[in-house]
Design a protein around this ligand. Structure first.
Ligand code: DGL
Length: 253
C-alpha cells in the first residue's frame, strides 16, 4: 500500500500522475486540511504534523510514503528519513527542465513561502542561476481556492493573475509549479499566460521516481487489479477532498 499526504487536496494532483503508472496499487491518502495551509507555518510544526501523519499511514499498512507537498518535503523529509525505516518520496522543484528549455532565459516559480525558503529549493536554484534569471512569487490565495474546489472562473482568474502577472512581466516563458495545489489551477494559469508560456508540473517526474524506487525495493504488487483503490482520510471536513479525489480518478480513466 502506498501512503500519500499533503496539507489538503493538493497532493491529489500527484496521486493523479501516480495512478497512471501504478493503477493496480492500493493507496491511503491523508489530507491535513484542519491545519491547511502549511505555507506560512513553522518548519517545526510541519515536521511534527508530518510525523503524526506518517505514524497514521504506517498504521494503515503503507509500505512507502509520498510526501506530496513541497512545503512538507522542504521542512520534514530529512527528519522523516532519519526516524522511519520506510522509503519517502518527496517533491522536487522542477527548475532544471524549465531552465534548460527556456528561450527567454527567464523562469518563473510559483510556490509557498516555506518552499521558497527551503535549502533544497535554494540549492537547486543556485545550480541554474548563472544561466537563467529566476523570478519567484508565492501563489497568494491559490491553496485556499483549491481547498474550496474553485478551479476556474472569475474569482480563480483574479487571484491567479495577481501572483502570475509579475512573473510574466519579468519575461518568464516557463512557469514552474512548486506547490502541489497549483496544478489544479494550471488551466487558469495557462489561459492567463498564453500560448508562448509553458507551465511545468514536477508530478509526472515524481511518479516515475516512485515507480523506480518501488521496483528496486520489490514493492510493486504482483496481483494486479484494474482499478486503483484509494482510502481517503482528512483531519478536517473531507467533503471537498472526496469530490476532488473522484474528479482525479475519473480523469485518469
Ligand atoms: N500543497 C502544498 C505544497 O506543495 C502545501 C500548500 C500549503 O498548505 O500551503 O507546498
Amino acid at each position: 500500500m502506498i501512503g500519500i499526504f499533503d496539507s489538503g487536496s493538493g497532493g491529489l494532483s500527484v496521486l493523479k500522475e501516480i495512478v497512471k503508472l501504478l493503477p493496480w496499487e492500493k493507496y491511503v491518502y491523508f489530507a491535513d486540511n484542519a491545519f491547511c495551509p502549511y505555507g506560512e507555518k513553522s518548519p517545526e510544526f510541519i515536521r511534527q504534523r508530518s510525523m503524526e501523519i506518517t505514524d497514521f499511514l504506517l498504521g494503515k499498512g503503507a509500505g512507502i510514503i509520498v510526501v506530496a507537498c513541497n512545503t512538507a518535503t522542504a521542512a520534514a523529509i530529512s527528519a522523516l528519513r532519519e526516524k522511519y525505516p520506510v522509503k519517502f518520496i518527496g517533491m522536487e522543484p522542477a527548475i532544471k527542465p524549465a531552465a534548460l528549455s527556456s528561450e527567454t532565459g527567464v523562469v518563473g516559480v510559483l510556490a509557498t513561502a516555506g518552499t521558497l525558503k527551503g535549502s533544497k529549493y535554494l540549492t537547486t536554484k543556485g545550480l541554474y542561476e548563472d544561466n537563467v534569471k529566476i523570478v519567484e512569487r508565492v501563489g497568494k490565495g491559490f491553496v485556499e481556492l483549491v481547498e474550496r474546489g474553485i478551479l476556474d472562473g472569475p474569482e480563480a482568474e483574479a487571484t491567479v493573475r495577481e501572483s502570475l502577472q509579475p512573473l510574466l512581466d519579468a519575461g518568464s516563458d516557463r512557469i514552474v509549479l512548486g506547490c502541489t495545489h497549483y496544478p489544479f489551477l494550471a488551466g487558469v494559469i495557462g489561459k492567463l499566460a498564453g500560448p508562448g508560456v509553458k507551465v511545468i508540473d514536477p508530478a509526472p517526474h515524481v511518479a516515475r521516481h516512485l515507480y523506480e524506487v518501488m521496483e528496486e525495493e520489490g514493492l510493486i504488487r504482483k496481483n494486479r487489479r484494474r482499478k486503483p483503490v484509494v482510502e481517503l482520510y482528512a483531519s478536517g471536513d473531507d467533503t471537498s477532498a472526496r469530490r476532488m479525489l473522484e474528479m482525479v480518478l475519473d480523469e485518469g480513466k
